[in-house]
Design a protein around this ligand. Structure first.
Ligand SMILES: Cc1cc2nc3c(=O)[nH]c(=O)nc-3n(C[C@H](O)[C@H](O)[C@H](O)COP(=O)(O)O)c2cc1C
Length: 317
């Protein structure tokens, strides 16, 4: 299934760069696609014409296929869907809901549709709605997360659907790639490792934090709001978690304060490198990320490590 998926998308390696708001710009997407993987630009909450500009910039930097992450909750979703179809983007990934309503339009435009899911039920629903493949994301991942781990979710989704499954969350080296393939995944999606790519526009403070991070340096905020987010610890997360605690104990329920703390926080981390008030979204795999490299070197290293492991399997008597 891996080969069929790669042929369908038109990539050389089963490596997908996860869409990342603010970080997933044309330079990163083109870098990953030029390296033989699949780069993804994030449409976020941007209007259609802005997304068209991003797509055209990416086309200037690569003649390889790349994808766009369509945020279904965006107020501009209808115009973004129109633009990705007009621009004949090769792949779209979607989060927060089902792209069912737009499926015919995507299919008519020849677009490969790959929703992100965090549960077996949602995976089945996406397959029924006509998805071509599924990105199955575990709670080790950076950014918005579900409740299950990649290790447990991927094989259960693989058992539940017949379309290819792409594993995401906690994968940052060739060992992770090999493990995901063993679990039945056809490809992998990485976010955190690509934050520190040379082609990533993430502020140096962000890249340094990811590189310095240890295994226990991420926390999950937003449990209380129903939108949990994995992020590196800092002053912002300490304050956020404190307010969450106060709300839970009903001491001083201040949801407005949470909203205020979170507003614009990812942009402050990515663009300004604000160590105190920025939201440095990153996965538990940050502890495995040790250096800044080009997308080409990251993709090649992942594949070399994967090949070394799989050509030397551990055999038990
Ligand atoms: C800084 C950052 C921003 C992210 N933003 C988005 C996003 O806008 N849309 C989305 O579908 N996933 C987003 N993600 C999740 C990634 O696409 C990817 O699935 C995830 O990072 C994979 O797990 P990993 O971080 O362990 O590699 C984001 C992740 C990070 C680290």
């Amino acid at each position: 299934m891996s080969q069929a998926l790669m042929e369908k998308i038109g990539i050389n390696y089963p490596i997908i760069q996860g869409a990342m708001s603010w970080v997933g710009t044309p330079s990163l997407a083109a870098g990953v696609s030029n390296a033989g993987g699949l780069g993804m630009i994030g449409a976020g909450h941007e209007p259609g014409e802005f997304v068209r500009k991003l797509i055209r910039e990416t086309k200037e930097m690569t003649d390889k296929p790349f994808g766009v992450n369509v945020l279904l909750l965006s107020p501009y979703v209808d115009e973004v869907v129109e633009v990705v179809c007009q621009e004949k983007v090769k792949v779209i990934s979607t989060g927060a809901g089902s792209p069912g309503k737009y499926m015919k339009k995507f299919k008519d435009a020849g677009i490969v549709v790959i929703p992100v899911v965090a549960s077996v039920a949602l995976a089945k629903r996406m397959q029924n709605d006509g998805a071509d493949a599924i990105i199955c994301e575990g709670m080790e991942a950076g950014g918005h997360i579900g409740k299950s781990t990649t290790m447990t979710l991927v094989p259960q989704v693989v058992d539940a659907v017949t379309i290819p499954v792409i594993a995401a969350g906690g994968i940052a080296d060739g060992r992770g790639v090999a493990a995901a393939i063993m679990l039945g995944a056809s490809a992998v999606q990485l976010g955190t490792r690509f934050v520190v790519a040379n082609e990533s526009i993430a502020h140096d403070n962000f890249k340094k934090r990811v590189i310095k991070a240890r295994d226990i340096d991420t926390v999950v905020t937003g449990q209380i709001t129903g939108h949990p987010v994995r992020v590196l610890r800092n002053k912002l997360t300490r304050e956020y978690l404190q307010v969450e605690k106060e709300i839970t104990s009903d001491k001083n329920p201040d949801f407005a304060r949470l909203e205020e703390l979170g507003r614009g926080a990812l942009r402050r981390a990515v663009v300004e490198g604000d160590k105190d008030t920025g939201s440095f979204m990153a996965g538990q795999s940050a502890g495995l990320v040790t250096k800044e490299q080009s997308c080409e070197d990251i993709v090649q290293e992942l594949m070399q490590e994967y090949r070394a492991l799989t050509s030397n399997p551990v055999v038990f008597a």
